[in-house]
Design a protein around this ligand. Structure first.
Ligand code: SF4
Length: 734
C-alpha cells in the first residue's frame, strides 16, 4: 500500500502550516511528495495533525503558478471576479485570462519599473517616510531570510517603513502589551513546558483545531494531573478536559480578567517577594487602586460568569505552585486587544508565575513563521530584533549593514496593514509589493480591501497560486512552496528550525528570495547574495546562508547562531547570544529585557466592542479557523484530503439560535453586516453561545471578512475581526 512504498529520498523539514512548528520527514518518490511523517522535533516529538500529515499535496496542485504573468491592457481590475464563478467561487480560467505569460526578465523589469516610477515621482516631491506612496506586505508563511530580505528591500529601495505582515491581524496587540510590560514580545515558555504546570489557562484559543499538536501536550498535562481552565465564549472541544470552563460574554475579557486580579490583590494572593524583586516600584499600588472598581460581584453581569467561579479560578491560579497561560486570537483580535493582554500579563506578574518551569505567558502564534518574520523586522515600527525605528543607534546599524547613507532611514514608523489599505483606497499609497499574503481575503471589511487593491496604480504579487489578491495584480511572479526551498523558520516557542528542499519548483517558478534579489537590483540596490533561483543551495558562504548571517549580525538574539551551526544542529531556541550558548526555552528567569530589568504593570481598561448588536443587526459574529483549513484557504482548499473533509463553508449556530430563527440545521441563511453579506449553510453547534454566529474565514464564496469591521486597537492597530454585529436571514438557496 501507499504507506509502505519505499521513498527515493526522505528530507527532514518543518510543517508549513501552524506556529507549533512540527518537524516532518518528507518522503519523495519520482519527484513528488509521496507521504509526510512526523519527525522527532523539539515541538512535536514525532506527532502531527491532519494538516501536517495529509495537507501538503497542495504543492502539486494543477493551479500552481508556473510562469510570470503580466496583466493584459484590456483587462481592468475587477473585484467582482472574485465571486463570479461556480458556487460563488472565482472561475480560475476567468482570473487567468486577465494576464498574459511573460519571461522572467520582462516580468521583473515591468514589476520593478512600476514601483520605481511611483517612488521617483514621490522623491521629486520631497516625500519621505510614511508619506512615500509605496508599501509592502511580506509573509509569515515564508522563511526568516525571505522576511528579512523583504523588509530590507522596502526600507532600502523606498526609504519608508511602510512594511508589515499578517502579525498585524493576529498578535500585534499581544506583542504591543508584552513589549510594554516585559520588554519582549516572544513567549516565555515553550508549549511542552505545560508538562510542568499544575494549572493551565487557555483563553481565546482553540488549540484542538488551530494548534492541534500543542493541544495534545495540554491534554497530556491534564492526564498527568494539571488543572485546565478554559476561558472562551465558545465551549470548544478542549472543555472536555477542563477543570473549569468559563464561557464568558464576547468582548468582556477585561471585565473578567480584572475581576480575577481584584480577587488576587484583595485576598492577599499577591506574590510579594516576586513583585518586590521583579516589578517596577509603584506599579502595584497604581494597579490596586485601578482594580477597586472590578469586584467579581460587579463584573459578573458584564462577563456572564458568576462571582463565585471568578473567585475560585483566581484563587486556584494564584495558589498553584506553577501556572501557565496560553492565549490566542480570541484575546488579541479586538479593538481593546492590548488591554486584554495587559490584564493577562498582570496575572502572571502579580503571582510570580513567570520565569520558572511550568509557568509563563504563551501567545499561541498562528502561522508557521509569524514569530520569525516579526523577529526579522517585518513590522513598520521596528527593525530586526524589535529595535525601534525611532532609535538612532538601531537605524545607524541597519544603514551600515545595508550600505545605505547615514540618515537614510526615516525615524517615524510606517503604516500598518489596515492603514496601508486605507491609504491605497484614498490614493496615498499607489504601488505595492505583496509576497505570500492574501489581504483580499484576510483583511477586515474585505470589499473595502479589495477595492483598495484594485485602485493601486501598480501591484506586484509573488505567490504560489493566483490568489484573490494576485488576481488584482499588475504583475504576478510564480514563487516557491515551502518544501521546495532552503530556509529557516521560528515557531511559537522561539525555536529556529531548518527547512530543506525536497522538491523542484514546478515549471518556471522561482525561489522567493531570488525574486527579491532580482527586484532589488532593478531598483538600484547592489544585492549580490548569489541566491539559487530554484530554492536549493544553503552553503554558509552564499545564497540563503549569507542572508542568514547578515540578518543575525543585526540581531543580538541570534548572535551565536551562525548558518553553519544551524545546518549542524537543525533546531535551537533563541536567544542564542554566543556560539557556545545552548539556547533558552525558558526566559525571564532572573530579569526582564527592560532598561532596568523590571516589568511594568499597566492597568487594563474596559473597552466596549466597536459594533455591539442592535435591533437591525442582533447577532454577534465571531470569525476564526477550523482544523481542516488554514487561514485564507489558498493552500488547504487545494489539498485533496482536507478539501474532501471540509469542502464548503458553514456558519455554526447554537440550537437555540436556530430555533429562534425557525431554521433546521443545514438550512441556508444570509449573514448581513453594515459592510456586506454572504450566503452560507448553517451547522448546529452547542459550543457556540446563543445569539452568536461563528464563521471560518477560509472560504471565498462566503468570505467572513466581507462582514467584519476594520475598527482598530489604538495601540497595536490590530483589527476587531473577532466581533461585529450581523443580521441572519433565511434564504431559499445558499
Ligand atoms: Fe503542522 Fe501545526 Fe499540525 Fe504541527 S500542529 S502538523 S505544525 S499544522
Amino acid at each position: 500500500g501507499a504507506y509502505t512504498r519505499r521513498a527515493d529520498r526522505v528530507v527532514r523539514s518543518v510543517c508549513p502550516f501552524c506556529g507549533v512548528g512540527c518537524a516532518v520527514d518528507l518522503h519523495v518518490r519520482d519527484g513528488r511528495l509521496d507521504r509526510v511523517e512526523g519527525a522527532p522535533g523539539p515541538a512535536n516529538a514525532g506527532r502531527l495533525c491532519v494538516k501536517g500529515r495529509f495537507g501538503m499535496d497542495y504543492v502539486h496542485h494543477p493551479q500552481r503558478l508556473t510562469t510570470p504573468l503580466i496583466r493584459r491592457p484590456d483587462a481592468p481590475k475587477d473585484p467582482a471576479l472574485l465571486t463570479r464563478g461556480p458556487g460563488g467561487r472565482p472561475d480560475p480560467h476567468a482570473l487567468r485570462a486577465q494576464f498574459r505569460p511573460a519571461s522572467w526578465d520582462e516580468a521583473l523589469d515591468v514589476a520593478a519599473a512600476g514601483l520605481a516610477r511611483v517612488r521617483d515621482a514621490a522623491r521629486s516631491l520631497g516625500l519621505r517616510g510614511r508619506a512615500v506612496p509605496v508599501a509592502g506586505f511580506g509573509s509569515a508563511k515564508g522563511s526568516n531570510e525571505e522576511a528579512y530580505l523583504f523588509q530590507k528591500l522596502i526600507r532600502s529601495a523606498f526609504g519608508t517603513h511602510n512594511v508589515d505582515h499578517c502579525t498585524r491581524l493576529c498578535h500585534a496587540s499581544s506583542v504591543a502589551a508584552l513589549m510594554e510590560g516585559i520588554g519582549s514580545g516572544a513567549v516565555s515558555n515553550p508549549v511542552r513546558d505545560c508538562a510542568h504546570a499544575d494549572l493551565i489557562v487557555v483563553m481565546g484559543a482553540n488549540p484542538v483545531q488551530n494548534h492541534p499538536v500543542a493541544a495534545t501536550w495540554i491534554k497530556n498535562a491534564v492526564r498527568r494531573g494539571a488543572r485546565l481552565v478554559l476561558i472562551d465564549p465558545r465551549r470548544t472541544e478542549l472543555s472536555r478536559h477542563a477543570w473549569r470552563t468559563l464561557t464568558f460574554t464576547p468582548g468582556s475579557d477585561v471585565a473578567l480578567l480584572n475581576a480575577m486580579l481584584h480577587v488576587i490583590v484583595t485576598e492577599g494572593l499577591v506574590n510579594e517577594a516576586f513583585v518586590a524583586a521583579r516589578v517596577h516600584a509603584g506599579d502595584v499600588q497604581a494597579l490596586r487602586a485601578h482594580l477597586q472598581a472590578f469586584a467579581p460581584e460587579a463584573m459578573a453581569p458584564l462577563c456572564g460568569i458568576d462571582a463565585a467561579t471568578i473567585r475560585e479560578v483566581a484563587r486556584a491560579y494564584a495558589t498553584s505552585p506553577a501556572a501557565m497561560i496560553f492565549w490566542g486570537m480570541g484575546v488579541a483580535q479586538h479593538s481593546h486587544g492590548t488591554d486584554n493582554v495587559r490584564a493577562l500579563i498582570a496575572l502572571a506578574l502579580l503571582t510570580g508565575h513567570i520565569g520558572r518551569p511550568g509557568t509563563g505567558l504563551h501567545p499561541l502564534r498562528g502561522q508557521n513563521n509569524v514569530q520569525g518574520a516579526s523577529d526579522a523586522g517585518l513590522i513598520p515600527m521596528v527593525l530586526p530584533d524589535y529595535r525601534r525605528v525611532a532609535d538612532p543607534a538601531a537605524r545607524a546599524a541597519a544603514e551600515a549593514a545595508w550600505g545605505l547613507p547615514n540618515g537614510f532611514l526615516p525615524d517615524e514608523p510606517g503604516l500598518t496593514v489596515v492603514e496601508i489599505l486605507d491609504a491605497a483606497y484614498d490614493g496615498r499609497i499607489r504601488a505595492m509589493l505583496i509576497q505570500g499574503e492574501n489581504p483580499a481575503m484576510s483583511d477586515p471589511d474585505a470589499h473595502h480591501a479589495r477595492a483598495a487593491l484594485a485602485r493601486l496604480e501598480h501591484l506586484v504579487v509573488a505567490d504560489i497560486f493566483l490568489t484573490e489578491t494576485a488576481a488584482l495584480a499588475d504583475v504576478v511572479l510564480p514563487a516557491t512552496a515551502w518544501p521546495e526551498k532552503t530556509g529557516s523558520v521560528t515557531n511559537t516557542d522561539r525555536t529556529v528550525q531548518l527547512g530543506r528542499p525536497a522538491l523542484a519548483p514546478p515549471g518556471d517558478a522561482r525561489a522567493d528570495a531570488w525574486i527579491l534579489e532580482q527586484l532589488a537590483r532593478r531598483l538600484g540596490l547592489d544585492w549580490d547574495y548569489g541566491i539559487d533561483p530554484h530554492g536549493g543551495g544553503g552553503a554558509p558562504d552564499n545564497g540563503i546562508g549569507r542572508v542568514f548571517d547578515e540578518m543575525r549580525s543585526l540581531m543580538p538574539a541570534l548572535a551565536g547562531l551562525s548558518w553553519e551551526r544551524l545546518l549542524r544542529v537543525g533546531a535551537i531556541t533563541h536567544p542564542v547570544p554566543t556560539a557556545d550558548d545552548p539556547g533558552h526555552p525558558i526566559v525571564f528567569t532572573d530579569r526582564f529585557p527592560t532598561p532596568d530589568g523590571r516589568a511594568r504593570l499597566v492597568p487594563a481598561c474596559l473597552g466596549a466592542p466597536a459594533e455591539p448588536p442592535d435591533a437591525h443587526y442582533p447577532f454577534v459574529l465571531i470569525t476564526g479557523r477550523q482544523l481542516e483549513h488554514w487561514h485564507t484557504g489558498a493552500m488547504t482548499r487545494r489539498s485533496a484530503v482536507l478539501d474532501a473533509l471540509e469542502p464548503t463553508p458553514h456558519v455554526s449556530l447554537h440550537p437555540a439560535t436556530l430555533a429562534r430563527l425557525g431554521l433546521a440545521p443545514g438550512a441556508p441563511v444570509r449573514l448581513r453586516s453594515r459592510r456586506g453579506e454572504v450566503s452560507v449553510a448553517t451547522r448546529v453547534d452547542e459550543a457556540v453561545p446563543p445569539d452568536v454566529a461563528f464563521l471560518p474565514f477560509a472560504y471565498v464564496e462566503a468570505a467572513a471578512n466581507v462582514l467584519t469591521i476594520a475598527a482598530l486597537d489604538p495601540v497595536a492597530k490590530i483589527a476587531e475581526v473577532k466581533y461585529c454585529a450581523v443580521a441572519i436571514e433565511p434564504v431559499t438557496s445558499p
